[in-house]
Design a protein around this ligand. Structure first.
Ligand SMILES: NC(=O)c1ccc[n+]([C@@H]2O[C@H](COP(=O)([O-])OP(=O)(O)OC[C@H]3O[C@@H](n4cnc5c(N)ncnc54)[C@H](OP(=O)(O)O)[C@@H]3O)[C@@H](O)[C@H]2O)c1
Length: 281
């Protein structure tokens, strides 16, 4: 049986839908905090079990009979996140799970500028130390978060962001979901680390060009990181402002510039490109 966590979230729900098109619902389990949130999957025959990353015992019970687990990274950050992931990894071992897939990030490192990648570094190590078979999906930044970053650039003609000419292999969340569903249902992914993103990396100049339309030119303005962070703290809690500022600095240093053919191979087609995504908005 295959279990996935986070099926009440955007990525998990999309993965479960792809899995349902590939395999029979009786082989699928999902473990979520609130089963009511995804009653539609129970109606389709998926076993919907209750579990919270904070509660290791709930996962030992929830993972009964499961061979392969996809752990979708938690939405909290830092030590809390790593502790939650550790609970699930320990529970998986106790319940007899053989293989863990984990949603990580590009270039996980103890010194990552994008601090969530520090949590991913620590979690990947916990999984390796557990001795379970692993597959890490180092998912690049979602194309789906671009509107938040570009704001009103298409109207104002200015795209302000402090990323220099750093590049990102942006990727559509549903493409990651389809790739994960394909990997979860095929062999050959044992102890593999996959960089998951579009094959071509894009700079913010490329994005500005992509936003230029009908004679309107959008100009990328590379602002200082300190000015960006000073503006962010006016609107966000300081912790969140630090994360977004660190993400921009990480982009500038090319931490998200990791071209790889893996997703294209997993999908058997080209992942959705920026121009198609912008058109779809
Ligand atoms: N690559 C990127 O650009 C990017 C962007 C954003 C996030 N992420 C990471 O990727 C993950 C998946 O993305 P997403 O878009 O699907 O995020 P999402 O929509 O926020 O979904 C997060 C999922 O995690 C579950 N979850 C959170 N805390 C939990 C806990 N204590 N116990 C059990 N389940 C818990 C949530 O359950 P509830 O419904 O109960 O809250 C939800 O199902 C995120 O959690 C985050 O770590 C990556």
């Amino acid at each position: 049986m295959i279990a996935i966590t986070g099926a009440s979230g955007h990525l998990g729900k999309a993965i479960l839908e792809f899995l349902l098109s590939k395999t029979n619902p009786e082989s699928l389990v999902t473990i979520v905090r609130d089963p009511q949130k995804i009653a539609e999957f129970a109606d389709k025959g998926v076993a919907v079990r209750q579990g919270d990353y904070e509660d290791q015992t709930s996962f030992v019970t929830g993972l009964a009979g499961v061979d392969t687990l996809l752990l979708i990274s938690s939405a909290v950050l830092g030590d809390d996140r790593v502790r939650q992931h550790s609970n699930v990894i320990n529970a998986a071992k106790e319940a007899g799970v053989k293989h863990i897939f984990y949603t990580s990030a590009p270039n996980p490192s103890p010194n990552a500028l994008f601090t969530p990648a520090i949590d991913h570094f620590r979690t990947e190590n916990l999984i390796i130390e557990s001795g379970l078979t692993y597959t890490f999906f180092r998912n690049n930044l979602y194309l789906d978060v671009l509107p938040m970053v570009i704001g009103d650039a298409a109207q104002s003609g200015k795209l302000y962001y402090p990323a220099g000419e750093g590049k990102v292999n942006f990727v559509l969340r549903t493409d990651i979901a389809e790739g994960l569903a394909n990997a979860l249902t095929t062999e050959g992914h044992e102890n593999k680390v996959y960089d998951i993103g579009a094959p071509t990396a894009l700079s913010f100049s490329d994005i500005a060009n992509g936003l230029s339309h009908n004679g309107t030119t959008v100009e990328y303005v590379d602002i200082p990181g300190s000015a960006y962070e000073a503006e962010l703290v006016k609107h966000l809690p300081p912790v969140a402002a630090k994360i977004y500022a660190g993400m921009a600095e990480g982009i500038k240093q090319n931490d998200f510039n990791v071209p790889s053919p893996t997703l294209e191979k997993l999908l058997g087609r080209t992942p959705v490109r920026l121009d198609a995504y912008l058109k779809s908005l």
